[in-house]
Design a protein around this ligand. Structure first.
Ligand SMILES: NC(=O)c1ccc[n+]([C@@H]2O[C@H](COP(=O)([O-])OP(=O)(O)OC[C@H]3O[C@@H](n4cnc5c(N)ncnc54)[C@H](OP(=O)(O)O)[C@@H]3O)[C@@H](O)[C@H]2O)c1
Length: 185
């Protein structure tokens, strides 16, 4: 299950999951439904009219791009032994230890994610925070998928570099359908 399938991250996540042969459910509004369907989403939930946690149950995993209460509700969608990976939630102590954040930060992460840790134990679901790091190996795999046409980058708007501020404001609106591009030349 992929949250916000019509966003910059979601449009790639859906296509990557489909390239791996995974069944994908995703959330978007009516405005993004056609786009996520064209990317291969199998089930589409309109987050403005439906509550995903009431509709989707027993999923192997959730890829969360929203955080907050939406992330907490995701525990109802995943089956026991499943996983939630979030790029928008809070980093937990496990992340701090793996990322080498040091004693103080790791314990701070433990404190701020105590509610998520309780949900992990209650639902028997693993929660991980993901912070992107550049990986040549992974970029190589993604390049091959793009070159073979299995993944098509979805570009919403292209801004000239001098309009970087406008691009940031559009990004912050949370309404993008795919990626926002800044053109240097
Ligand atoms: N941890 C990391 O390393 C990392 C890396 C990259 C991004 N991020 C984070 O990942 C998040 C997503 O980034 P993004 O670039 O994909 O965002 P984005 O492109 O701004 O996402 C916008 C899309 O999300 C949809 N949307 C908004 N609220 C939604 C909701 N409640 N449920 C379902 N869909 C919703 C919108 O659809 P409608 O307009 O139709 O409502 C829109 O199509 C951001 O918080 C970003 O900071 C983290």
């Amino acid at each position: 299950m992929i949250q916000a399938g019509s966003g910059g991250v979601g449009t790639f996540a859906i296509q990557l999951a489909k390239a791996m042969g995974i069944y994908v459910a995703t959330t978007t509004s009516e405005a993004g439904a056609k786009l996520v369907k064209s990317l291969g989403a199998d089930q589409i939930i309109n987050y403005r009219t439906e509550q995903f946690d009431k509709v989707l149950q027993n999923y192997d995993g959730v890829f969360d791009t929203i955080g907050g209460e939406t992330l907490e509700k995701a525990f109802k969608t995943v089956k026991q032994g499943g996983q939630i990976v979030s790029v928008s939630g809070l980093p937990n102590a496990r992340f701090g230890e793996e990322y080498g954040s040091g004693f103080i930060k790791t314990n701070l992460f433990r404190f701020i994610t105590r509610k998520l840790t309780k949900l992990e134990m209650k639902c028997n679901v693993k929660y991980s925070f993901l912070f992107m790091k550049p990986s040549g190996r992974q970029l190589g795999i993604i390049s091959e998928l793009i070159e073979s046409g299995k993944i098509k980058p979805v570009i919403d708007l292209i801004f000239p570099f001098v309009e970087a501020q406008k691009a940031m404001e559009y990004s912050e609106s949370g309404r993008a359908k795919g990626k926002i591009i800044l053109k240097i030349k």
